[in-house]
Design a binder for this molecule. Structure first.
Ligand code: BGC
Length: 706
């Protein structure tokens, strides 16, 4: 029988109580603050939903998150898992096939840890660089974020488990996340944040979507019928189930009627909305019985369709050595070479290098909160503040310094922690090259200033003054300010590079790996360039409620800089290589009604390398929210002196404007400029193509406007 038939039969066979069981989830941690301690829960896990043994329907064991199997609270050695680089790094690879492989790896660890639901797929757009969770997401562009996150989700679910896509929607800041009301024009949302979700859902086909804590245009996301019923289920034809973010349920009747299918994260007795409260609402006629059947059906359907019922998860062995190679490959392709005055790659003949700061002697930084994975060996730098959740900051045990020594055995490396500026400067002046590691810990439930903490800018300035041959390696969760960029000889953005991050950094610096990461987000020159120089409600935890207006609409990231004619410090798409590439023969034409773009790329240097071709599109006469949008991208792997052809299709929604009145995407007839570039600031080369008028459905479940 099909998953649909089986799910239908299950719903028919279930008692009211059994249906209610499937729609309610509990926190999975074994701590005193968890007043439910459900026996079936996996140790220190995000959550559990009881099964229906009578019908052989398994419990749903829910584990975080998008970069590997996370633990709530410090993990004992048996819960240590392979940590992928942060989501923003995987997005920087511009390589969906690699992201899918990475997803398959962490999904297999979820399976081997006994989880059949992985709370992954974070795809909130980077509107505010200070958002504490940017590290978990896919950057500022809907096409890139949706494609890359969709690929991770596809990989996870190849293990016959469910993945979420989260946090739906417009949860683009953490300050006041439970009370903030995001005001956004609906059409603009459909062309920005919602488009990222739509693409990730189309490409990843997640079993579940997690609705977010915030309000959107007045209603909480988890009781927002426009978001859940109109857009997600109706327009996009989403057939899976919607679960709340942990504790994001507020009102039995509103939640149920708006389209929520499962509440999660219960930890205080009585603090729930479904169970007997939903039964009472059904009895009194406030919620239709058919709604509960639909909730149950959607949950059963997803678990069956993804294979979680037929192939039950079972805790088992993990091949850490094999998985280390996957996370290393991801890190190596997503580290971005930001600046290089010629010092990199480090010559094997370099006599003396001073390595300074960032705990580079022991490890690499990771992002905090529910996505926290403890990688093999645990925290390399215990005891850092904040001690309480979302802390403590965790360093994965992969030392860049040790790996550098391995890469350059003839070089003498000195180490200074960076806490003493004079000592750091002295070490730098005694060396041929100085490498300064700077870090910014970011985490869930908080937002962060864009200035590096603990006076690290001063450290960089002092080192660069002592030795202009200074390279800066950044480990940050998102864009930061770099007031010293002009005064250093090189800079590398390593994000949070995962459990093999130290090796990946060393291999990029030494040239064993030719960097090919590109920025999935613009770096501002100053706060004043941002649509919101400061996050509204910065630092606020709970009440009172407040509004944030996304007046920039769909002009997010580079679109905003373009529109405002601002020069960012580093543009979206930027990323250098140790070889050089030439792009040519750009052509654009309509093939079976779709815009197809072809081009040729040559590796004109003496090293093999991977090139990211970026296709930007724009109506020649203007009229969009911003001058241009990323329409497509492709990564080509080219041998030294080699060349290759690229061919991409532009999703027609990226050529359209959403029309709220007609309920669809509208491509206007006219000339369009197609640009082949290497970043959002590269003028590149352009061709024109004439497109006919076209209407497109709002999504797979909606009719094409006539
Ligand atoms: C986070 C989610 C996470 C959930 C379960 C929430 O605080 O926002 O991303 O999946 O907790 O840990």
């Amino acid at each position: 029988m099909s998953a649909e038939q089986r799910a239908k039969l299950l719903v028919e066979a279930m008692t009211l109580e059994e249906k209610l069981t499937l729609t309610t989830g509990y926190f999975g941690v074994q701590r005193e603050w968890n007043e439910y301690q459900i026996a079936e829960a996996r140790p220190q896990s995000a959550g559990v939903v009881r099964g229906v043994p009578r019908l052989a329907f398994p419990p749903q064991w829910q584990g975080d998150a998008g970069s590997g199997v996370a633990t709530q609270g410090v993990a004992p050695p048996e819960l240590e898992r392979t940590l992928l680089p942060s989501g923003i790094l995987t997005a920087s690879t511009f390589n969906p096939a690699l992201a899918e492989r990475a997803g398959a790896m962490i999904g297999s660890e979820a399976r081997s840890t006994g989880f059949n639901v992985m709370l992954a797929g974070g795809v909130n757009l980077l509107r505010d660089p200070g958002n504490g969770r940017n590290f978990e997401y896919g950057g500022e562009d809907p096409l890139l974020a949706g494609t890359m996150v969709g690929a991770i989700v596809r990989g996870i679910q190849s293990n016959h488990i469910v993945s979420t896509v989260k946090h739906y929607a417009l949860n683009d800041q953490e300050s006041g996340r439970g009370v903030v009301n995001v005001k956004v024009d609906e059409a603009a949302a459909r062309m920005s944040d919602l488009l990222a979700f739509q693409l990730a859902i189309e490409q990843g086909d997640p079993g579940s979507v997690m609705c977010s804590y915030n309000r959107v245009n007045g209603d909480y996301a988890c009781q927002n019928s426009w978001l859940l019923s109109t857009v997600l289920k109706q327009d996009w034809g989403f057939r899976g189930y919607v679960m709340t973010d942990w504790g994001a349920q507020h009102d039995t009747v509103k939640n149920a009627n708006a389209g929520l299918d499962q509440e999660t994260g219960l930890r205080r007795k009585g603090d729930y909305q479904f169970l007997d409260k939903l039964a009472a609402a059904i009895k009194s006629g406030q919620v239709a019985a058919a709604r509960l059947d639909d909730m149950t059906y959607r949950i059963a359907y997803s678990l069956i369709a993804k294979g979680a019922v037929d192939e039950p998860v079972q805790p088992g062995k993990i091949d850490f050595a094999a998985h280390a190679k996957v996370t290393l490959a991801d890190a190596e392709e997503g580290i971005v070479l930001l600046k290089n005055s010629g010092l990199l790659p480090l010559a094997a003949s370099t006599k003396r290098v001073a390595v300074i700061g960032g705990h580079a002697d022991v490890g690499v930084l990771t992002g905090g909160g529910s996505a926290q994975v403890y990688s093999p060996g645990g925290n390399a730098v215990p005891g850092l503040e904040p001690k309480d959740w979302p802390g403590p900051p965790v360093y994965a045990r992969s030392s860049p310094l040790t790996a550098l020594r391995g890469e350059l055995p003839k070089t003498d490396f000195s180490w200074s922690s960076g806490s003493d500026l004079a000592a750091a400067a002295k070490a730098a002046s005694a060396a041929e090259v100085a490498i300064v590691f700077v870090t910014q810990w970011t985490a869930e439930a908080r937002d962060f200033p864009l200035t590096l903490p603990s006076d690290q800018d001063k450290l960089v300035e002092a080192v660069a003054r002592a030795n202009p041959r200074t390279i800066v390696v950044l480990e940050t969760g998102g864009p930061v300010l770099m007031p010293w960029l002009e005064r250093v000889a090189g800079a590398v953005e390593a994000w949070y590079p995962g459990s093999e991050g130290g090796s990946a950094i060393a291999r990029v610096l030494s040239g064993t790996v030719n960097p090919s990461g590109h920025l999935p987000a613009s770096f501002p020159r100053s706060l004043e360039q941002l649509p919101r120089p400061h996050i509204v409600g910065m630092g606020q935890r709970g009440e009172p409620a407040f509004d944030v207006s996304y007046d920039e609409g769909a002009a997010v990231g580079y679109r905003w800089y373009d529109k405002q004619k601002l020069e960012p410090l580093l543009p979206f798409g930027h990323g250098l290589s140790y070889t050089s590439f030439a792009q040519k023969d750009l052509a654009a034409s309509l093939v079976a009604g779709e815009l197809e773009v072809t081009f040729h790329v040559a590796n004109t240097g003496s090293r093999a390398g991977k090139h990211v071709a970026q296709i930007f599109v724009a109506p020649s006469a203007g009229g969009w929210e911003a001058p241009k949008r990323l329409g497509a991208f492709a990564k080509l792997d080219l041998a030294a002196g080699g060349s290759g052809d690229g061919k991409v299709r532009v999703d027609p929604r990226l050529l359209a404007v959403y029309d709220s009145a007609r309920h669809g995407f509208h491509v206007l007839a006219g000339d369009y400029t197609v640009t082949l570039a290497t970043s959002a600031r590269d003028p590149g080369t352009s061709v024109k193509v004439r497109l006919p008028e076209r209407w497109l459905a709002a999504g797979a479940g909606a009719p094409v406007p006539q």
